[in-house]
Ligand binder design. Structure first.
Ligand SMILES: Nc1ncnc2c1ncn2[C@@H]1O[C@H](COP(=O)(O)OP(=O)(O)O)[C@@H](O)[C@H]1O
Ligand SMILES: [Mg+2]
Length: 252
């Protein structure tokens, strides 16, 4: 079992690594090197292990180590600052870094029994007032994003309800997801299991109704946008109504 005493922080040069020693042995800096994993993987399967995640933003690399399938995510800036800062964030306190915060939040949520990826390691490399960061999680096997599923398949009302119920469980534990969209919901296990991913900049908040509603509204906007861009995208009002019914009927 993973517990706090297995959470180790090490420092090598300007790099800080936080990892769970119950999952992996002390990682080296190569562990966070995307090019290294991509090359290794390409040699193994003659293909590229890199997949694009989001438009021009963070990309992930899939690799295996010590018998586990892992996903490496590099943090990239979004919005207008992206052009200028690309992957640099301002900050000196490593505990406040995007990677350490997401890693610790994932551990907290796993402890609450919420369906999230297992946090393996976080990496922060300091450079003056700035830092760059990475996160390694365990891969959720045979998973597809909700967006990918809907671009080719209808999902039934039961699954829409499960998605709503899943979101409700997070809200009942006051988890605020900063970017709840159709790419950050994964369906696994023959599409019956629902996971939320990508907790960058997310946190546990005071229990006021306003942010929960905003979270749902954001997901609705995301689904509508996919539908607008891909007319065949399988989303309609009935699906949304089923999701809300699942949200309203969920138990903790
Ligand atoms: N633990 C994981 N298991 C399976 N797939 C993952 C996992 N983490 C990320 N992914 C895939 O990588 C994509 C990008 O990761 P994400 O954490 O959403 O970062 P970002 O959206 O900032 O690029 C996801 O949409 C998902 O397809
Ligand atoms: Mg994402």
């Amino acid at each position: 079992m993973s517990s706090d005493k297995n959470y180790k922080t090490i420092k090598t040069g300007k790099a800080y690594i936080l990892y769970d020693a119950s999952i992996i042995t002390e990682p080296s800096l190569l562990f966070f090197d995307r090019d290294y994993h991509t090359k290794q993987q390409a040699q193994q399967n003659n293909s590229t292990a890199e997949k694009s995640g989001g438009i021009g933003r963070a990309r992930v690399a899939y690799f295996s180590q010590q018998g586990r399938s892992l996903v490496l995510k590099h943090y990239y800036r979004g919005g207008l600052v992206a052009a200028l800062f690309k992957d640099r964030y301002l900050g000196l306190d490593i505990e406040k870094s995007r990677a350490f915060r997401e890693w610790r939040l994932l551990k907290k949520m796993a402890g609450l029994g919420l369906p999230v990826p297992v946090a393996v390691a976080a990496h922060v490399e300091k450079a003056g007032l700035f830092y760059r960061a990475d996160l390694v999680t365990e891969e959720i096997k045979q998973a597809q994003t909700l967006a990918d599923v809907l671009s080719a398949n209808n999902i039934d009302a039961g699954l829409w309800q499960n998605i709503g119920a899943c979101i409700k469980r997070f809200h009942q534990h006051n988890v605020y997801h900063a970017d709840l969209n159709a790419r950050n919901i994964l369906l696994a296990g023959d599409r019956r299991e629902v996971f939320l991913i990508d907790f960058d900049n997310s946190d546990i908040r005071a229990n006021t109704a306003s942010w929960q509603a905003a979270n749902l509204a954001r997901l609705h906007r995301s689904l509508c946008k996919f539908k607008k861009n891909q007319p065949a995208f399988k989303f309609d009002d009935a699906g949304w109504a089923a999701l809300l019914a699942g949200y309203d009927g969920a138990v903790a």
